[in-house]
Structure formats: C-alpha cells, structure tokens
Design a protein around this ligand. Structure first.
Ligand code: HEC
Length: 298
C-alpha cells in the first residue's frame, strides 16, 4: 500500500503532466497541483503566473497562490500584481493585506515604486489605513493618506453645476474632445461606454466622471501598458490575452495585436483609459455645455 505522501506526489506529478499538455487542462490542473507542499510546487506556480501565460492560467495560478501562507508566496504575488487584471489583482491584494508581514511588504513595494498606489481599491486602502498592526497603519497613512489632485480639481469645478450650459455648443465641444472614445448620435468610436443612458443620472454624476474618471475604475476599461522587446510602447484596454497574442484597444479606437513572444512588459496602470485632465482642454463653461448636451440626449 502506498503512503499518503507518495499519493500526494503522484497527484502532483499527474497535475504537472496535464499542465504541460494544453491550456484548458492547465487551468483545471492548477488546483490539483496545489495539493502539493508549497516548496515542492512553487517553481511550477512561478512559471504559471508569468505574463507569457494566457490570462486564464495566470488568474487560476494567482488564486491558488493566494491560499498559501508562505512569505515566499507573498513575494511571488507582489511580483505578479502589475501584470494582472483588476479582478485577480484584488484577490492577491486582499490576501496580502490580511497578514501583517505581507501587508508591510506591499507598502514597501509601493514605496520602492514596484507597485502603483492606484492598484489598491478604495476599500483596500481603507483596510491598510485601519490595519490592526500599527506599523502597517502608520506607513499606510504616510503613503496612502494624501488626497488625489483630482479631488481638489473636482472641488474647484463645482461652480460648473451652477452654470447654464448650451446644448449646441456642448455638442460641438463633445465632438472635438470626447468622440475618440465615445460614440453618440452616430459620431465617434465606441472605445468607452455608451453615454446616452446616463442622461438621467444628473449633472453632478457627469461632472465627477468627467473630472475624475479613475475614481472607480471599471475592470473592463483599465489601461495597460505594453512594452515590446524592441522597445515600442503601447497603451490600451486588454481585449484579448491568450497563448500567442495580447490585443489592446487603444484610445484612438485602433486595435493592436502583439505576439506574446515580443512582450517584454505587460503592466496595469491602475487607471481608466479615460485620461485625467480633460478639463484643461475645455473651459468651465465648456464642461457645463457638454453636461447640458449629455442631459439633452433622447
Ligand atoms: C481616451 C478615451 C476617452 C476619452 C477621450 C473620453 N473618455 Fe469618457 N470614458 C472612457 C472610458 C474608457 C470610460 C469608462 C471608464 C471606467 O469606468 O473606468 C469612460 C467613462 C466616461 C463616463 C462615465 C460612464 C459611466 O457609465 O459611468 C462619462 C460620463 C464620460 N466618460 C464622459 C466623457 C466626456 C464628456 C469626455 C470628453 C470631455 C470623455 N468622456 C472623453 C474613455 C474616454
């Protein structure tokens, strides 16, 4: 009769074989692989979270990795975070914040620039700020406590709400500044969401979203940077990420397909593809006009 240890070893070996065979098998086999001891399978997981893997594989591997208590697992998660889509990044950060040592390691990585502070959701920031370990909460106040400059600009732009906007001028301004990403009345490219259904949400909602688009980044619209091995850089929403190709939808509406073999870096910005600072291309009156135009839509 075989001992429990050798049963686990053969389960792990079987998982390794399935992982080597095909992408679909790989996703299924990852939880089986993780029945093994962490030190025995950490090298396998390291390979499975690499950006060269299809996104489905990376997501499954990160979710499993997050269940291990080892500090090495924490370091591997931190290193993987910049390349992950928002949903999986959240799983990784939630796991890291829940342990004192790894919560500290996240803050260290923000300090050193390895992680972007915009990777944290507002709930996660709150968890760091009110962390039971005082070293964590103190460092968090220093690093995460600052208000974003967008909050200040939004305060300054509140006057827009008292202005009366002109629908005709608003349509012209919208077609100049916004139609590279929003399609309305047959004009523009639908990179971002349809704005027509928002007319009932009110002027304040529209103003907040125009001035501070990354306040709540919708995972579908998060901008990623890709740097290729020959030094070209691209930014866009990831619309495909599989074995062979990563495809970006860029802010001019053009799609670019990049071979996985050519990718040197794939990194989330933690921000919406809709840029900050659009108000600089418009006057306060111009913003009021655009809001009047959006509210007037049928
Ligand atoms: C470079 C592309 C781009 C440009 C230019 C752009 N947007 Fe956006 N916009 C987006 C994307 C992408 C989103 C979705 C953001 C998210 O949820 O993370 C968005 C979201 C919005 C929303 C919120 C929609 C919702 O359903 O919550 C509003 C309102 C909006 N944009 C208005 C504007 C206006 C007005 C302009 C011009 C002044 C503009 N946008 C210019 C890409 C753009």
């Amino acid at each position: 009769m075989s001992s429990p240890k050798s049963v686990v070893s053969s389960v792990v070996d079987d998982a390794r074989k399935r992982i080597a065979s095909s992408t679909e098998n790989r996703v299924d086999a990852i939880s089986q692989l993780c029945l093994g001891r962490f030190d025995e399978i950490s090298a396998d997981l390291e390979a499975l979270i690499s950006p060269t893997q299809p996104i489905a594989v990376r997501n499954a591997a990160v979710t499993e990795l997050a269940s291990f208590r080892s500090p090495v697992a924490g370091q591997m998660l931190i290193a993987a975070i910049p390349g992950l889509p928002a949903g999986t990044r959240r799983v990784a950060i939630d796991r890291l914040v829940s342990r004192n040592a790894s919560a500290n390691a996240v803050l260290e990585s923000i300090r050193s620039g390895l992680l972007n502070v915009t990777y944290l959701s507002s709930q996660q920031k709150q968890r760091f700020l009110s962390h039971p370990d005082q070293r964590v909460s103190k460092a968090a106040k220093e690093l995460l406590g600052a208000e974003s400059d967008r909050t200040a600009v939004l305060g300054e732009m509140k006057s827009v709400l008292a202005m009366s906007g002109d629908v005709g001028r608003g349509q012209i301004a919208f077609r100049k500044v916004c139609v590279s990403c929003h399609q309305l009345e047959g004009h523009g490219t639908p990179v971002g969401p349809d704005l027509a259904p928002l007319r009932n949400r009110g002027a304040e909602f529209l103003l907040t979203n125009i001035i501070d688009p990354s306040r709540e980044v919708d995972a579908r619209y998060e901008a990623f940077n890709v740097v290729t091995k020959d030094g070209r850089t691209f930014q866009g929403i990831v619309i495909k990420d599989d074995e062979s190709t990563v495809s970006l939808l860029q802010s001019d509406g053009k799609r670019i397909d990049i071979a996985k073999d050519d990718v040197d870096l794939l990194q989330a910005t933690g921000k919406s593809l809709m840029p900050d600072g659009l108000e600089k291309e418009l006057t306060a009156q111009g913003v009021a006009d655009i809001i009047a135009y959006l509210i007037s839509l049928e």
